[in-house]
Design a protein around this ligand. Structure first.
Ligand code: BES
Ligand code: MN
Length: 463
C-alpha cells in the first residue's frame, strides 16, 4: 500500500467526524429562516479548507447565499483543476419520518444518516480528505486546485452564475471536477457524461373571490381545486407524453452507438424500482426505465396545495389552489424556450371560471459531454485503481445547474465522478451515505488528482 492510501486508511474515522461537524449545520438554502445557518456553514467550510492547507480561503458574499473560494497553486507547470461542490441542502421536511433528527448525524449499520450526508456535504468531504492526504503525505498536490463551494445549488445556482461571469479571467483552469452524482451499484463505480436540465414552475389557480360554503355554492361556480386537477391531468397523456406543444421538438434522438452502450450497462431496473417502494415502473411508452430517467424529458408535480388539509372535514370551496410543477429537460431543450409554451398550455387546459397564473421559478440547461474525452479517461483510470470493476459510463436524471454554465463561461471539460446510491434517500427523509462508498470515493478522488497531475491538458470544450 502506498503512503497516500495508508494515510487515507489511518484517518478514515476522523474524516467522518469532520463531516459530521458540517452536517450539524442546517444549511437549508430554500428557507429564509436558515439564512444565518447557511452563512455559518460557508464559514465552516472555508475554515476546513484553510485547515487542510488550501490558501486564500474566503467566503464571498453574493446577492443570495455566499460562495466559498479557496486555492492551492503550488504546482507551476501542472494542470489546474476546479473542484466544485455545494454546502447547501434540501429542506428536511417531513421531519416526523426521520428515524433520527436530520441535523444530528449518526452511523447505523455502516451508514451515515443526516440531511446532506451524500448530497453534497459527504461527497465534498471526500475531496477535503483526499486533498488533506496529498498535502500531508507529499507536501503538495499533484495539480493546482481552485475550490468553489456554493450555497444555492438546491435552489438554482443563480448567484454562482454571476460569480463565475465576474471572475472568469481569474479562474483559469484545465478541468472541472464534481462529485455530486451516483454509481450504478455499491461496487459499480460510474462516471456521468450527461445530466438533465430543469424548468421549475408554480401554477396558481384563482376561482371565487373568497372561500365558499360547499353546500350553498357547490355546483354553482368553478372550484379551483377541481380546475387544477383538470389542468394537471391534461399535462401528460395516457402514454406518459408531455402534452405541451413543441415540448419534444429539440430532443436529440439517441444515436445507435449510445443505444448499444445503454443496453450494455449493468443497470438493475428491479432494484431501482424496489428502492422507490412503488409497485410497478411507469413512464413514457416505448422507453426503458433507464431511458425514461436519463435520455428522455419528463414533467412532475412537486407540490400541491389549496383548500382544507387539517384534521376532520371542512365543507368548503377554496378560493385558490396551487401546484409546483417541474420538467426535467434533455439536450437540446432550453427552459427559456419551453416556459412560454408551458404557460400557454396550462392556460389552454384551464376550464372557464378560473384565472391562472404561471410563474417561472428557475431553469437550467441540460449537460452532456464527450465520454471519451481525455479528462474522463483520467477519471476512468482513477476509478479502475480504487475499485474492483472498471467504471460504467452513465447518464443521470438529476440536474447540476452550474454544469452548463461552466461549459459556456469557462469552456472546460467536466468530470462527474459521484458515489451516491439509488437507495440513499436524497431529498427525502433518512438520507444516508454508506461509509464504504465514502471511503471508496475518497480514495478515488485522491487517485483522480494524481491522474490529472500526470497530464490532462484539456483543449477548449465550449459549446
Ligand atoms: N446531486 C444532485 C443532482 C443529481 C441528482 C445528479 C441525482 C444525479 C443524480 C443535486 O444536488 C440536485 O439535487 N440538484 C437539483 C437541482 C435543481 C434544484 C436545480 C435537482 O436535480 O433537483
Ligand atoms: Mn440535491
Amino acid at each position: 500500500m502506498d503512503a497516500l492510501t495508508r494515510y487515507l486508511d489511518e484517518h478514515r474515522d476522523r474524516f467522518i467526524e469532520d463531516l459530521k461537524a458540517a452536517l450539524r449545520i442546517p444549511s437549508v438554502s430554500a428557507q429564509p429562516a436558515h439564512r444565518e445557518d447557511v452563512r455559518r456553514c460557508a464559514e465552516h467550510i472555508a475554515g476546513r479548507l484553510r485547515a487542510i492547507g488550501m490558501t486564500r480561503a474566503e467566503v464571498v458574499a453574493t446577492a443570495g447565499h455566499p460562495v466559498v473560494y479557496a486555492e492551492w497553486l503550488g504546482a507551476p507547470g501542472r494542470p489546474t483543476a476546479i473542484l466544485y461542490g455545494h454546502y447547501d441542502v434540501q429542506p428536511p421536511e417531513p421531519l416526523e419520518l426521520w428515524t433520527t433528527p436530520p441535523f444530528e448525524p449518526v452511523v447505523r449499520d455502516g451508514k451515515l444518516f443526516a440531511r446532506g450526508a451524500v448530497d453534497n456535504k459527504g461527497q465534498l468531504y471526500m475531496h477535503i480528505g483526499a486533498i488533506e492526504a496529498h498535502l500531508k503525505v507529499n507536501g503538495a498536490l499533484p495539480v493546482n486546485l481552485r475550490a468553489i463551494v456554493e450555497g444555492e445549488e438546491e435552489c438554482g445556482s443563480e448567484s454562482l452564475e454571476t460569480f463565475l461571469r465576474q471572475r472568469r479571467e481569474q479562474l483559469s483552469a484545465d478541468v472541472i471536477v464534481i462529485s455530486d452524482t451516483g454509481m450504478l451499484g455499491p461496487d459499480q463505480p460510474s462516471i456521468s457524461y450527461a445530466l438533465r436540465g430543469i424548468l421549475y414552475t408554480e401554477i396558481h389557480v384563482q376561482g371565487p373571490a373568497h372561500d365558499l360554503h360547499s353546500g350553498e355554492f357547490g355546483g354553482a361556480v368553478q372550484n379551483p381545486g377541481n380546475a387544477l386537477g383538470v389542468i394537471l391531468a391534461g399535462l401528460k397523456d395516457a402514454d406518459g407524453k408531455v402534452t405541451v406543444p413543441g415540448f419534444y421538438d429539440r430532443v436529440r434522438a439517441i444515436p445507435p452507438e449510445e443505444k448499444a452502450l445503454i443496453k450494455s450497462l449493468p443497470f438493475d431496473e428491479a432494484s431501482f424500482i424496489r428502492a422507490t417502494g412503488s409497485s410497478v415502473a411507469w413512464g413514457e411508452r416505448g422507453y426503458s426505465t433507464y431511458e425514461r430517467t436519463t435520455v428522455r424529458p419528463t414533467l412532475d408535480v412537486n407540490g400541491l396545495w389549496g383548500g382544507y388539509a387539517g384534521p376532520g372535514s371542512k365543507t368548503v370551496l377554496p378560493a385558490r389552489a396551487s401546484a409546483k410543477v417541474s420538467m426535467r429537460l434533455v439536450p437540446d431543450q432550453d427552459p427559456t424556450e419551453i416556459f412560454p409554451r408551458f404557460e400557454a398550455q396550462v392556460k389552454k387546459l384551464a376550464p372557464p371560471g378560473v384565472t391562472v397564473e404561471v410563474k417561472n421559478l428557475h431553469g437550467a440547461l441540460p449537460f452532456i459531454t464527450e465520454p471519451d474525452h481525455p479528462a474522463l479517461q483520467a477519471a476512468r483510470r482513477a476509478l479502475a485503481r480504487a475499485w474492483t470493476k472498471p467504471p460504467a459510463l452513465i447518464r443521470e436524471g438529476g440536474s447540476i445547474p452550474v454544469c452548463a454554465t461552466f461549459q459556456e463561461v469557462l469552456g472546460l471539460p467536466i468530470i462527474l465522478m459521484g458515489f451516491g446510491l439509488h437507495d440513499d434517500n436524497v431529498h427525502a427523509p433518512n438520507e444516508k451515505f454508506n461509509l464504504s462508498s465514502f471511503h471508496g470515493g475518497t480514495r478515488s478522488v485522491a487517485y483522480l488528482y494524481e491522474e490529472l497531475g500526470a497530464g490532462v491538458k484539456a483543449e477548449s470544450h465550449a459549446r
